[in-house]
Design a protein around this ligand. Structure first.
Ligand SMILES: Nc1ncnc2c1ncn2[C@@H]1O[C@H](COP(=O)(O)OP(=O)(O)O)[C@@H](O)[C@H]1O
Ligand SMILES: [Mg+2]
Length: 578
């Protein structure tokens, strides 16, 4: 795990290495300061030698200046290293996520990926900075200060052994408890994040169902639990400070008592006694720091693991290693005994044992009740998922033998859940093809029946769309998505319930334009509305993941009960039933 994370330090290796070096120098200079202070007191003040005061005073200033300079450098490099590390992590995660297949994304969930890229990276970035700075400074300060104390007076150092033992044991218990509480805090954070993401993303639905109060209460509960946990951890942490003060003052009294005896006895100077007080403070502070680092690092370990998981995830749909088929020969599609399950462990098949041949250039309709596997069937053609069993072929070759780019340039798919991006209408259309001219874009809009409303937009093609194109109606979004798919000039065009939000007249319009203008392209049209597919060359009727019948409209009316019932229901009822 650490290997994959530390690889992301990348070009910030130098800054990462320099930070501990400068920190160490800062500590070494700093630790000498009390010792020089002792000289000033003993030789200058008590020795009535003003020259010595100036000499050692100068030395003191120089040490302080160098120490400060080193501290500034260390601070700068650690900031560089940690922010660099953070941005490298984000970039690497983003790059890897772009390669993810639908299966990979299903595994993490979109909101999970967002938390990992934001909160978790910030956590890890802070921990990294701490690791570089504080985890060098605290132990080094501790060790050097103890050494200085031993060097000055072995007797007095005995005091520390006792103090360290008391402090060490109590810190250990406090830390153990805090770490446990903090891990609970993080689980609660995930809860809060989930509620926020679900609700903000779906705020329109929440409003439509007047669920604001309910959602507020739900969120209130999650926040309340987080608050309680935080109060408990902070209360524990608050114990640290008084405890340390108690030990520090205890030490100072003990040192004063022993020291006074030694000074009177002539084995220790007054200056040395004062420097001992300074070292006591440093030692206790370092101990506190160490305990803090420990808590911080354990807290970010969870974040580190979550980030490493994303970096480590391999896309399960990839280009063939060698011998890729260079181009898609034609628009024919074949399913050979294809089964597919979303959940690899389970045996629940979304579609099973599909055998289907679609001739190049034909128009095929797919119908069946919700959840019967229509979208799944369509997704397998564009290799959004890989078949669990059997082979899906396009243009006579297994889809797995094409490079993904080759295949997806040839197979253009309008997903059931359409997404437009923030940007102008033109930008969105050009997702289909970067170099499409305005005329080509308008032509595609013509076929998709989008011209009329695009021209009515305040700035036509250059109108800005909000994220998710919420300033357009559902039917308008669908039409733009169809136009975008057409601009690819595909050999296979798949429309998965892509006109469900358009009225029947528009739907018929689009269908006629498609038949007229994009001939020679294989069209697979998934639709609940039979009027959209009546004149298809072949209609596939699905039920519970299986094909129950195929044929033309008239044949199916005679042979397939499901088809006949659906047809009768839809023609009797209002044609605009949805
Ligand atoms: N991303 C997914 N993860 C797990 N199960 C899924 C996913 N998408 C669809 N399913 C399941 O697969 C089955 C077929 O779904 P789908 O092909 O979307 O049906 P349709 O398009 O005909 O309504 C359904 O039972 C559905 O619950
Ligand atoms: Mg569907």
């Amino acid at each position: 795990m650490f290997k994959i994370l530390f690889k992301q330090i990348g070009r910030f290796k130098a800054a990462t290495a320099l930070t501990p070096v400068f920190t160490a120098l800062e500590v070494l200079m700093g630790v000498l300061i009390p010792y020089v202070t002792a000289w000033i007191i003993d030789r200058g003040v008590l020795g009535h030698d003003l020259g010595a005061v100036y000499r050692y005073g100068g030395l003191l200033l120089a040490l302080a200046a160098v120490s400060t300079l080193m501290g500034v450098l260390a601070g700068r490099f650690s900031a560089l290293a940690s922010t660099g590390f953070g941005s490298n992590l984000r970039e690497a995660m983003f790059r890897n996520i772009q390669t993810f297949s639908f299966t990979n994304i299903d595994k993490f969930s979109t909101s999970g990926l967002v938390t990992r890229m934001t909160t978790d990276v910030s956590n890890l970035q802070n921990a990294f900075q701490m690791l570089l700075r504080v985890s060098v400074r605290a132990p080094l300060n501790l060790v050097t200060s103890v050494l200085m104390c031993l060097f000055i007076s072995k007797e007095v150092s005995l005091v520390f052994v006792v103090a360290l033992a008391i402090l060490g044991v109590s810190l250990f218990f406090i830390i153990r408890k805090t770490v446990r509480l903090f891990s609970q805090v993080f689980e609660r954070y995930d809860d809060v994040n989930r509620v926020v993401q679900e609700n903000v993303a779906a705020i329109r639905v929440v409003k439509a169902f007047v669920r604001e109060e309910h959602e507020n209460r739900k969120f209130g509960r999650a926040v309340e639990q987080l608050y309680r946990l935080f109060v408990r951890t902070e209360r524990l942490q608050a114990l640290n400070h008084p405890l340390m003060m108690l030990v520090v003052y205890g030490c100072i009294i003990a040192i004063s008592w022993i020291g006074a005896h030694l000074v009177v006895g002539g084995t220790m100077t007054t200056g040395q006694l004062t420097s001992l007080f300074a070292y006591v403070m440093t030692i206790m502070m370092s101990l506190m720091m160490l305990s803090m680092i420990f808590v911080q690092l354990t807290m970010s370990a969870a974040s580190a693991r979550r980030i490493a998981e994303v970096l480590d995830e391999r896309a399960d749909i990839a280009d063939p290693v060698e011998g890729a088929v260079a181009e898609v020969a034609d628009g024919s599609i074949d399913f050979n005994d294809v089964s597919f399950t979303y959940n690899k462990e389970g045996s629940e098949m979304a579609i099973s044992h599909i055998d289907l041949h679609i001739a190049s250039g034909s128009m095929v309709g797919v119908m069946g009740p919700t959840g019967c596997g229509k979208s799944t069937l369509a997704a397998l053609i564009a290799r959004l998922y890989d078949a669990s069993e059997g082979v899906v072929s396009v243009g006579g070759a297994d889809v797995r033998r094409y490079r993904l780019e080759t295949l997806r340039d040839a197979v253009s798919m309008v997903l059931q859940k359409n997404v437009l991006f923030s940007g102008t209408v033109l930008d969105n259309l050009r997702w289909g093809r970067d170099d499409a001219t305005r005329e080509e874009c308008m032509k595609a809009c013509d076929i998709a029946c989008a011209t009329e409303f695009v021209e009515q937009l305040p700035e036509g093609l250059d109108t800005h769309l909000e994220q998710g194109a919420t300033n357009l109606s559902g039917g308008q979004r669908q039409r733009l998505c169809i136009a975008r798919a057409l601009l690819k000039r595909p050999q296979v065009l798949i429309l998965d319930d892509s006109t469900s939000a358009c009225d029947t007249a528009t739907d018929a319009h689009i269908r006629r334009a498609l038949a007229r203008e994009v001939s020679g392209v294989t069209k697979v049209i998934v639709s609940q509305r039979l009027s959209s597919i009546v004149d298809a060359d072949m209609i596939v009727v699905m039920e519970s993941g299986r094909i129950v019948a195929t044929g033309r409209h008239e044949e199916l009316l005679e042979q397939c009960a499901l088809y006949r019932e659906t047809w009768e229901m839809q023609t009797q009822a209002d044609p605009d039933f949805d």
